[in-house]
Design a protein around this ligand. Structure first.
Ligand code: ATP
Ligand code: PH2
Length: 169
């Protein structure tokens, strides 16, 4: 099954850029685009260090579950520990959306909810995504929306907390 996925990766412990780079390396030839690195204020109410985030677009001969496995294997390689929800981590990789044959996959299984139900609220996902795909759309609970419109609807303070750094080295 050939598909295109949008993934979000974030890190706020240790070699943040190195952990983000490891996701790009794992994507290999499947990488379609990766955003610059964004330094982002923590989302979710836990007091912690700022994150470094990227959004990636990847193609592959994989189904939605295989993308989740891909994300988990990247997290495992970074020795990610599951501790506090929305807390600090070496590497978090989420599947934001998957298209199979140009059709967006919708799933409400607990193990893999697609599109990611909180992506529409997260400037740290949407702003980098917009950089690499200005015409991106996201299927939300409210229908299909332009990512640009979703960003415009977020709290401006939230968007201002997402600062563009440079390209991943
Ligand atoms: N679209 C998705 N992408 C990644 N994980 C998902 C998705 N939908 C459901 N999950 C499930 O969510 C569980 C928790 O994932 P994780 O620990 O990365 O959450 P989190 O990063 O703390 O919070 P959030 O899910 O809000 O990003 C995983 O076991 C995974 O099976
Ligand atoms: N800015 C930002 N905030 C977060 C992030 C992240 O990647 N970036 N990941 C989290 C883990 O669920 C919780 N909060």
């Amino acid at each position: 099954m050939t598909s295109r996925a949008v993934l979000s990766a974030g890190s706020n412990i240790g070699d943040r850029e190195g952990f983000l780079r490891s996701v790009v390396d794992a994507a290999g030839d499947g990488l379609v685009a990766v955003s610059d690195v964004y330094l982002t204020a923590p989302w979710g109410g836990v007091e912690q260090d700022d994150f470094a985030n990227v959004t990636l677009i990847v193609d592959g001969d994989r189904g939605p579950r295989d993308w989740l496995e891909f994300c988990r294997s990247c997290e495992l390689a970074a020795e990610r520990v599951r501790d506090v929800r929305w807390g600090p981590r070496t590497l978090d990789v989420d599947v934001i959306s998957v298209d199979v044959d140009g059709v967006t996959v919708v799933s409400d299984e607990e193990e893999l909810i697609l599109p990611h139900p909180r992506a529409e609220l997260r400037a740290f996902v949407l702003v980098p995504w917009l950089e690499i795909d200005p015409s991106a759309t996201l299927a939300t609970s409210d229908g299909v929306r332009a990512v640009a419109d979703l960003v415009a609807r977020l709290d401006p303070a939230e968007v201002a907390g997402v600062r563009r750094g440079g390209a991943l080295s």
